[in-house]
Ligand binder design. Structure first.
Ligand code: GLA
Length: 410
């Protein structure tokens, strides 16, 4: 498979790990599912408003061999994650909270509900994506498992449908996330970002100008999707629902809006924010303001990308960060530090990416500024706060990459 992660660790090494974990099984195949960096449109996918991510060159691989029964046995090359086994069914019992196998279980349950009886696989998972860093390693694992299961059962499923299945299926772990991560993981395109719309799910590839660089910097503050961040995440989602429900009683609304796209389809942002001031308490007003303005920023960012206006795109990223920090309250001091460092090191804009509460920032610069930006991060941030784990990179210069692929182990 033609991707960096697929080839950076040799196929022979991955095959060796598979043979050690599962001696005597059939010739394995492999799947690679990329992580993603969201460029703009944060915490609005679950309100069915558009987002603008790209798939990156790092991701999750599974080397697997189909079984003749319904068992899934998964080992992980990362020794922190112990081997696990479960039976495929439409109601798979979860492992404990935070257990890594809940993502494969989520995929297995979603596919069993959709396709009925399935055969399982023996697989070894490896990843070169930092975990709990906002780069979607968990959804990459869900998607990789789903693709391995489809392949093991000679089933096909259209990618938009599969993205929805995986997104809904992942609620199994307890986080009420939207469908951004699974969609970009399946539909990513080299050299393109995707504008993704929801309800109905659809995507528009947008070319990234050749001299733009999106540089990811990791706070090394872990934001565990199935851990502490989960509660905050789910609370934001229900606040968005509450805001919509409460605003529905405003006399300016002739018909009850059932969704944010419907609301924005009928009324301008300024009108809605004025109504929100009358009807919503302070905290809900702030959440609502983030949602509406972030959706508008995604449209502007699309235009900036199409007109190759890097300065405008960067300003929108910085405005998005301020809104996530002040109105949506999902930032943390380390994320704010990295954003400030980026902006004083030649970046045109920077923001937290993913759910926040830790994880990574993404900064935009032009290609010649990459060394200045990386040096700025190293000198000002990482010299004081080195990563606890030396194998986790501080900085990744992202390359917009292909969505998940399945194939022979070459
Ligand atoms: C996580 C979720 C996504 C999205 C982002 C925030 O990555 O999985 O659905 O809500 O957070 O934008």
């Amino acid at each position: 498979m033609a991707n960096e992660a697929g080839s950076s660790r040799g196929a022979a090494e991955r095959l060796g790990a598979f043979r050690r974990a599962f001696p005597g099984t059939r010739t394995p195949r492999q799947v690679f599912a990329p992580g993603r960096v969201n460029l703009i449109g944060e915490h609005i996918d679950y309100s069915d408003l558009p987002v603008l991510p790209m798939a990156i060159q790092r991701g999750v691989s599974i080397v697997y061999s189909p079984r003749d029964d319904a068992s899934v046995r998964v080992a992980n090359e990362d020794a922190r994650f112990e081997p696990r086994a479960f039976e495929l069914s439409p109601a798979i019992p979860p492992a404990g909270r935070g257990d890594w196998s809940n993502y494969p279980r989520a995929a297995g349950q979603a596919l069993a509900q959709r396709f009925g009886t399935l055969r399982g696989f023996d697989g070894v998972v490896s990843s070169d994506l930092p975990a709990s860093a906002g780069l979607s390693s968990s959804s990459a694992l869900t998607v990789a498992t789903a693709l391995a299961l489809l392949d093991a059962n000679a089933l096909s499923c259209e990618r938009l449908e599969l993205a929805q299945l995986c997104a809904r299926g992942e609620h199994y772990v307890g986080t009420q996330s939207g469908a951004m991560d699974q969609t970009i993981c399946l539909l990513g395109r080299p050299d393109h970002a995707l504008k993704i719309d929801f309800a109905p799910l659809r995507s528009e590839p947008l070319p990234i100008p050749a001299d733009w660089r999106f540089v990811i910097a990791n706070t090394h503050v872990r934001a565990e999707k199935s851990g502490a961040a989960q509660e905050h995440y789910n609370a934001r989602r229900s606040e968005c629902r509450d805001a919509l429900r409460t605003l529905a009683s405003h006399p300016g609304l002739q018909e009850t809006p059932h969704s944010y796209p419907e609301l924005l389809g009928h009324h301008g942002v300024d009108t809605l924010l004025a109504w929100a001031e009358e009807r919503l308490e302070q905290q809900l007003q702030r959440r609502f303001r983030h949602v509406l303005r972030e959706a508008a920023r995604v449209e502007s960012a699309r235009n900036a990308l199409l007109s190759r206006d890097a300065a405008a795109f960067g300003r929108l990223m910085s405005a998005s960060h301020a809104s996530l920090r002040d109105d949506y309250e999902v930032s943390c001091p380390e994320l704010d530090d990295l954003v400030a460092i980026a902006r004083s090191s030649d970046a045109l804009g920077a923001r937290l990416t993913g759910a926040g509460f830790g994880g990574c920032v993404v900064a935009l610069c032009r290609e010649p500024s990459v060394p200045t930006l990386v040096e700025g991060f190293e000198r000002t941030f990482y010299s004081r706060r080195p990563a606890a784990d030396a194998t986790t990179p501080n900085v990744i210069v992202a390359r917009a990459s292909q969505g998940a692929q399945v194939g022979a182990l070459e």
